[in-house]
Design a binder for this molecule. Sequence first.
Ligand code: 5AD
Ligand code: SF4
Length: 455
Amino acid sequence: MSDLKTGQTEQAAADTPAPKKLFIKTYGCQMNVYDSERMAEALGGQGYVATEDMGDADMILLNTCHIRERAAEKVYHDLGRLRPLKDANPDLKIGVAGCVAQAEGQEIIRRQPMVDLVVGPQSYHRLPELEAKAGKGGKAIDTDFPQEDKFEHLAARPKARRAPAAFLTVQEGCDKFCAFCVVPYTRGAEVSRPVERVLSEARDLVERGVREITLLGQNVNAYHGLDANGRTRSLADLIWALNEVDGLERIRFTTSHPNDMTDDLIEAHGSCAKLMPYLHLPVQSGSDHILKRMNRSHTAESYLRVIERIRAARPDILLSGDFIVGFPEESEADFQATLDLIREVRFGQAYSFKYSTRPGTPAAERPLVDDAVAAERLARLQGLLTEQQRAIQDEMIGREVSVMFERKGRHEGQMVGKSEYLHAVHVGDNPAGVGEIRRVRITDSSSNSLRGILA
Ligand code: 5AD
Ligand code: SF4
């Protein structure tokens, strides 16, 4: 979860009344981070500027995540904490956006009547109208999957200078229907943005100082956007087109499905200079029995073969994964198969979760693993993943990496670098300007970052 600082201050034109202040809190994945930026921009046209002070806001938007129960409940908890602000300022508008909005709609206002606005991830281009309705004292709800493409209806992106790394959503939705997952229901069917739209947004970002773009999609490697000639293009085609954008230095993408790691994409990892050697490829489990029950439509073996091919193309690639433990009916033997797969792959980064029942998904009907057993398995799994992560980090000592420098959080002057493998790298005091990419020799490794000197 991250509080978003969008800094879209230039949108307040000189002849408009005092700007209204917008505070957005972003939960969940990077796609929400991107959506929050676009929502702030959409409301910029209504005279809103971003604030980092919730107490000062005229509108508070919670851009929510529904992926696990705890994430969804946190939203209600946080809404409860907004009560005193609303009591002190009845004109304050409170909105809920994102996947909880999509999944629960009207129910949110039933549970929290002080909420003025509910907007789903596919309809936030309608925020200006919704805000106007809420401004007149009405309740504004929109959780449609509209026919029109929201990106075509969002205002052009502002020209303000940006941080050197940016997200760019190129694909949304999912047709895979893993048995545990709400995404196909909250984000809808797979849709890809046209190639030209992505390229022009990328060029625009580069003009504003961006040097690294992470292409986003719930199933980004299933991207199949149309080009200017009406031909369907793959993610690899899109990456090759972005490789030609002058000033763009680094390309990443996330999140991928093993079954969509096509030959052209694997090949791009071997030969596309701007494509970074890092791949997030969730596997969820190493047991074929559980993978089948998860409706993952791949096996442990087929996942390992994909990894083998990717490593043949790009031997130094750093692999990252997602894991779920305690999926219904997972036995100790199933769990051991997951540990075996992890040992075989060696992950440099990983995200692991205890299974969380999501109402409406097929797995919700199945018998649960005892919670204490699942918690204990999660601890063992995380122990192994942390060990691997640390070992891979330690192996970087003595190596030269390429590091892009960014400002660290809100602290003016403090800088942190990111290697091509996505490791955080600290290099003395102000070693380079924001957005500069320098060669660095790694000298030290600590729990979450590396340290080095300019090479
Ligand atoms: N319970 C636990 N983890 C889940 N994920 C998705 N749905 C659930 C669930 N019901 C995890 C998966 C996915 C990541 C984004 O979140 O590992 O890859
Ligand atoms: Fe969810 Fe599976 Fe689709 Fe990923 S591939 S978003 S886990 S349904």
